[in-house]
Design a protein around this ligand. Structure first.
Ligand SMILES: N[C@@H](CCC(=O)N[C@@H](CS)C(=O)NCC(=O)O)C(=O)O
Length: 170
């Protein structure tokens, strides 16, 4: 089974979940809050960032790298255009969204304006869980998500208190 470590509210996690859904790959999720990873989390995510994907082949970090891996491994709709120039443009848009828009736009606004307007079914499936996380304190999120039918992992890389990542803030 494929495991995704990371919270529903992270745009990077959402990107991975949408790709898994579009490819029809079943997964479980360990929806840890950013900065709340335990000691084992550092072993699977050297930068202490979400998302992390763990499956029968590997443990992998970074949403872009993960999505490219999923695209190469699984059949189904191609996640990138087949034309080389279109593919390059798509990669640039992804990079722009990951680096720049993540810096300057509140991701929730981006989510509402862009992804929901396009109304991709894969995004719609996640919306109920995102809303739940927004309304629930971190300590209660696993229980709330489980009750709502989210495909939760049995164990968690989450910790009770936040910890610093390895990158300097600010
Ligand atoms: N380039 C990474 C960025 C991931 C990222 O920044 N994730 C945030 C949450 S949205 C995080 O884990 N931050 C914790 C930290 O920086 O310590 C990716 O695409 O996966």
């Amino acid at each position: 089974m494929t495991l995704v470590v990371g919270n529903y509210l992270s745009p990077y996690v959402r990107k991975v979940l949408v790709c898994l859904t579009m490819k029809g790959v079943p997964y479980t999720i360990d929806p840890i809050t950013p900065f709340f990873g335990n000691d084992a989390f550092a072993a699977v995510s050297p930068l202490r960032r979400i998302p992390v994907l763990i499956d029968d082949e590997l443990t992998l970090c970074d949403s872009t790298v993960i999505c490219e891996y999923l695209d190469e491994r699984y059949p189904g709709p191609a996640l990138l255009p087949t034309n080389r120039a279109d593919r390059a443009q798509a990669r640039w848009l992804e990079e722009f969204a990951d680096s720049r828009m993540g810096d300057v736009i509140i991701w929730r606004l981006f989510n509402q304006l862009v992804t929901r307007i396009h109304a991709q079914p894969a995004f719609e499936q996640l919306a109920q869980f995102e809303q739940l996380v927004l309304q629930t304190p971190p300590a209660n999120q696993r229980a709330a998500l489980l009750a709502a039918g989210a495909p939760l992992s049995e164990t968690s890389f989450g910790a009770d208190v936040p910890r610093r990542g390895v990158m300097p803030l600010g």
